[in-house]
Ligand binder design. Structure first.
Ligand code: FES
Ligand SMILES: [Fe+2]
Length: 418
């Protein structure tokens, strides 16, 4: 990116009115998009998959991110490895995007052959002076948390991934999420900038008007509210909400399930995340239309169905873990106005489709929610590119995390010289 373009990017971010949305050019310009990908997807920890993407030794999942491509590999010791998808001979891609199973990683060009630990095992016609030890695949920094596979493509991965790991591992431990399988997955290409996808995910101001399926399992008070002028009836409902949350928290903590909300989001955070154990409305079990579990074989050795929703946000993902299933979604930016959203529904690896769960019921909430959100992102991206667009004010009650995301975005750019 040229110095002039960096200066322009800085200026656009700096001129944001606090508590207001971003300038439309930050969503639409190609040079800003490339800078975003370089900083937020190549220098930060990003979620790129789940352990169940590669359940067996030899399984490979190939993920393209901008000009980069990575291979997630389950090695012979059942450990997860990640490598750059670039042959150490003349650079050919070893695998196209998607999943495959291999004995060794063989380059399709001249058949250089790599072991699952990345070491070069065979390279024909290279002569006796050739040193294969210097030609291993380039490793990628990897961190597995629960079922989540995070990678960092940068040379200096942010160290505060340890905070995410230390916070989430004990929360996920009772669910034994590495013993899970993918019951269903979806890919949507949303017609909007990646920041608009995340902004939309950081607020539920739009939920009541858009998400009839999702709101079945959400308590309306979780969306955020403005107490000014609330009726006596609403204030009573708020009181009941607080009592219900306190009672649920006590009953979970009495059984050792961690409930405390942790936020590592603001300008001093590098690897931003937030977690909370949300109470589920209605019958209190899971994010389904009837708020009952969709899978009767619960995660791990769990016997209790009403464990709420262990929620996790990062700057490219959102996760909901219930007693019976998890929904893990992450984004990869494709173009200034196009973002790939991948969603995976996980259940206990021992659950049997048609017996313990039915895919239709499992996906009914988030399939609908994702489509509804994709539409909101598309109409917003389009509107922000209209010359008439001028960023409006956020609700301090329901959109504080959108404002927070904008502050973090600016701080991370500044840390990278923008
Ligand atoms: S480029 Fe891979 S073997 Fe030649
Ligand atoms: Fe939404």
């Amino acid at each position: 990116m040229s110095i002039a373009a960096v200066d322009f990017h800085r200026q656009l971010v700096a001129t944001r009115t606090p508590g207001h949305g971003m300038n439309g050019a930050l969503f639409g310009r190609e040079d800003i998009f490339e800078n975003d990908v370089h900083i937020f997807f190549n220098q930060h920890w990003i979620l790129v998959g789940v352990t169940a993407d590669i359940p067996e030794p030899g399984d490979v999942s190939t993920i393209d991110i901008g000009k980069s491509s990575i291979l997630l590999v389950r090695d012979d010791d059942e450990q997860i490895q990640a490598f750059r998808n670039v042959c150490r001979h003349r650079g050919a891609r070893l695998k196209p995007a998607g999943k495959s199973t291999v004995g060794m990683l063989v380059c399709p060009y001249h058949q250089w052959t790599y072991d699952l630990d990345g070491s070069l095992k065979h390279a024909a016609h290279m002569g006796k002076d050739f040193n294969a030890n210097c030609r291993s695949l380039i490793p990628v920094h990897t961190q597995v948390v629960g079922a989540h596979i995070f990678v960092c493509l940068g040379e200096h991965p942010p160290e505060d991934i340890a905070h995410l790991e230390q916070t989430m591992n004990p929360r996920f431990a009772p669910y034994n999420m590495t013993h899970s399988k993918i019951a269903h997955e979806s890919e949507i290409i949303e017609n909007g900038n990646w920041k608009l996808v995340i902004e939309n995910n950081r607020e539920c101001y739009h939920c009541a008007g858009t998400h009839p399926e999702l709101t079945a399992s959400f308590l309306p008070e979780d969306f955020g509210f403005c107490a000014d002028g609330l009726s006596e009836e609403s204030l009573k409902a708020l009181d009941e909400y607080e009592q219900r949350n306190a009672a649920a928290k006590k009953s979970w903590e009495d059984e050792g399930f961690i409930c405390d909300t942790v936020e590592h989001l603001d300008v001093d955070a590098v690897t931003q995340f937030r977690t909370q154990r949300l109470v589920i409305a209605g019958n209190g079990e899971s994010q389904t239309l009837d708020t009952r579990v969709a899978c009767t074989k619960l995660f791990g050795d769990l016997s209790r169905r009403d464990l709420g929703d262990v929620h996790l946000w990062t700057h490219n993902s959102w996760t909901h873990v219930m007693s019976d299933h998890a929904v893990i979604a992450y984004i990869i930016p494709l173009e200034p106005g196009k973002t790939l959203v991948r969603t995976k529904w996980l259940v206990n690896a021992d659950a049997v489709e048609g017996v313990d769960y039915h895919v239709d019921k499992l996906v009914e909430v988030w399939n609908a929610t994702n489509q509804q959100d994709a539409n909101l992102v598309a109409i917003t991206h389009s509107g922000t590119q209209d010359p008439a667009y001028s960023p409006g004010p956020f609700s301090a009650f329901t959109e504080s995390y959108v404002d927070q995301f904008s502050r973090w975005y600016a701080a991370r750019l500044a840390a990278h010289g923008v």
